[in-house]
Structure formats: structure tokens, C-alpha cells
Design a protein around this ligand. Structure first.
Ligand code: AMP
Length: 294
């Protein structure tokens, strides 16, 4: 594995590979790797000749009062895991390399428009603009054939998929299922922030989604009742939880669905434990009255 910090160097090394017609897979991350990231890398390793892992804690996707400074980092451990995962290039640029004029000096941005108006975008203004902009930079530097994102961050995956379509970026976006702890908690670099008590209660996110799944299987088609049942479960069983949102949204537009649930929908929630914000989701596709879940 070769570690590269300079975007120009990475681009020139990869252009050689491209001349030899070798396919390139990119897995963008903020590091502090866990089994969710490893699953993305495993898939990318299978489908491409070259695997590029980027590790960059992108300042422009953090709000002023969010956890940019204390976001967990361990590049030595990540390097080791990347070698084991068969990464060819570890791209770990500095903030100055990605934002030559500083993030304040960035003038041109990629705006995700209405896709950022709801769900996490509503509580994190500017977050998805930062994500879409940094992913565009990574795509320009790496020029991957395929890029891998987790369904864990469903709104992000939907925005990136739409971005490549609307901006004619020739990158095949692959969305990988959520990797969970044995008790159901979705893996996240932020899980390390949780106290033992909060960690025990944090299973409530996946339990609320399981409840929604069961209710849908039992024939419930009203989104208001589904959301109410999830609220109730969380209030009853996780006293430390503070709900940011629970929503049933259209899977394509991300607009909230109030009323009958049909077509393709995203059931998504974000819950605070102290200052730690956890997210989880369930995709439901209705076909001929039958619900399929992922
Ligand atoms: P992050 O480092 O948190 O920005 O995540 C980097 C990528 O890994 C994103 O595409 C995430 O959606 C994905 N990811 C994070 N957690 C999980 C998980 N539990 N399962 C699958 N993918 C994940």
C-alpha cells in the first residue's frame, strides 16, 4: 500500500493505472475505521483493479457547534486495517491540500438543493453542501470508475447518486447495506462517544426500525401512526434519548410522506444521546402490495 497526501501526486499515479485500463474503486471515509468501512472496502476490492481509500475529516461538513475538533482519529490503526483490506492507495490529505484557500476561502460549492431540506439536512444546515463539495473534489482527484457509500448515511448516498446524475459525473455509485453490532446498533465512528448507559439504550434506534418493519408487515400503511409508534417506543425504553427526527420520506425526493405509505420510502431517524447524534434507517419498497425491506 502506498500512502499519498498530495492530490497532484495521487492523480498522476492513478493516471498511469488508467492508461493501462485498470479500473479504480474509491471508498471515501473520515477514518477511525470500523467493520462498516471494511465492508465497503471488501466490495470495492472485489470489483476493481485498484482500491483507493480516502481518509479526510472534512471541515466543511461540520457545523460551528459540532464535533470537528474531537472527531475520533487514529491514522496508525487505520493504516494497518487498510493494508489488511488490500488497499492500494491510502489518500490522507491535509485540510490545506483539499482547501487551498481555507474552507472560508472556498467560493464555488456543490449545492444539493431540495435533497438537503429534510431529515439530517434540516438539523445540520450546510452539512450536505460540504459533503457534496468534498466528494466532488475526491472524484476529480481520483477519477474513480466506482465509488462506495454506506446506506447507513442514506441521505448522503441519495444526494451523491443524484449529484453524479445531475452533473454528468461518470462514476458508478454503489450503496452498501448497514453493518451492525450483534445487538443491532449501526456501526459508527461516533459510537465511542457513548457512555455505557447510553450505549445500552442506543439499541433503541434499530428496535424502533424493527417495530416499523413489523407494523408494515402486519399491514400498517399510515406513516403518521408508524412514526407515532416509534416515538412511543423510544420514550418508553430509552430515557437518555432525545429524538431529533423520525420520518417516513420518499426515497427519491426525500420529501416527507404524511399519510399513506406506498412506492419506495425511507424510514429514517436521528436520536441524540447527550451531544452524540446517532442515525439509522430502513428502506421499504412496495411492489404489488408486498413490502420489501433493506
Ligand atoms: P464516515 O467515515 O462515517 O464518513 O463513513 C464513510 C462511509 O462509510 C460512508 O459512506 C458511510 O455511509 C459508510 N458507513 C459508515 N458506517 C457504516 C455502517 N455501519 N455500515 C455500512 N457503511 C457504513
Amino acid at each position: 500500500m502506498r500512502e499519498v497526501k498530495d492530490p497532484v501526486e495521487l492523480r498522476s499515479r492513478l493516471s498511469l493505472a488508467r492508461c493501462e485500463d485498470r479500473s479504480i474503486g474509491l471508498v471515501p471515509t473520515m477514518g477511525f475505521l470500523h467493520a462498516g468501512h471494511l465492508r465497503l472496502m471488501e466490495q470495492a476490492r472485489k470489483e476493481n483493479d485498484l482500491l483507493v481509500l480516502s481518509i479526510f475529516v472534512n471541515p466543511t461538513q461540520f457545523g460551528a457547534h459540532e464535533d470537528l475538533d474531537r472527531y475520533p482519529r487514529d491514522l496508525d490503526r487505520d493504516r494497518q486495517l487498510a493494508v489488511e483490506a488490500g488497499v492500494d492507495y491510502l489518500f490522507a490529505p491535509s485540510a490545506a491540500a483539499m482547501y487551498p484557500d481555507g474552507s472560508e476561502g472556498q467560493v464555488i460549492w456543490v449545492e444539493p438543493g431540495s435533497l438537503a431540506a429534510h431529515l439530517c439536512g434540516a438539523s445540520r444546515p450546510g452539512h450536505f453542501r460540504g459533503v457534496a463539495t468534498v466528494v466532488t473534489k475526491l472524484f476529480n482527484i481520483v477519477q474513480p470508475d466506482r465509488a462506495y457509500f454506506g446506506q447507513k448515511d442514506a441521505q448522503q448516498a441519495i444526494i451523491i447518486s443524484r449529484m453524479v446524475r445531475d452533473l454528468a459525473m461518470f462514476v458508478d455509485i454503489k450503496i452498501i447495506p448497514i453493518v451492525r453490532e450483534p445487538d443491532g446498533l449501526a456501526l459508527s465512528s461516533r459510537n465511542v462517544y457513548l457512555s455505557a448507559e447510553a450505549r445500552a439504550q442506543a439499541t433503541v434506534l434499530s428496535r424502533a426500525l424493527d417495530l416499523a418493519r413489523r407494523r408494515i408487515q402486519d399491514g400498517e400503511r399510515n406513516s403518521v401512526r408508524l412514526v407515532a409508534a416509534m416515538h412511543e417506543l423510544i420514550a418508553e425504553s430509552a430515557p437518555l434519548a432525545r429524538i431529533d427526527y423520525i420520518q417516513v420520506a420518499d426515497l427519491r425526493t426525500l420529501q416527507p410522506r404524511h399519510g399513506v405509505v406506498d412506492g419506495d420510502v425511507l424510514v429514517a431517524l436521528a436520536v441524540y444521546f447527550g451531544s452524540t447524534r446517532l442515525i439509522d434507517n430502513l428502506v421499504v419498497r412496495f411492489e404489488d402490495g408486498e413490502a420489501r425491506f433493506s
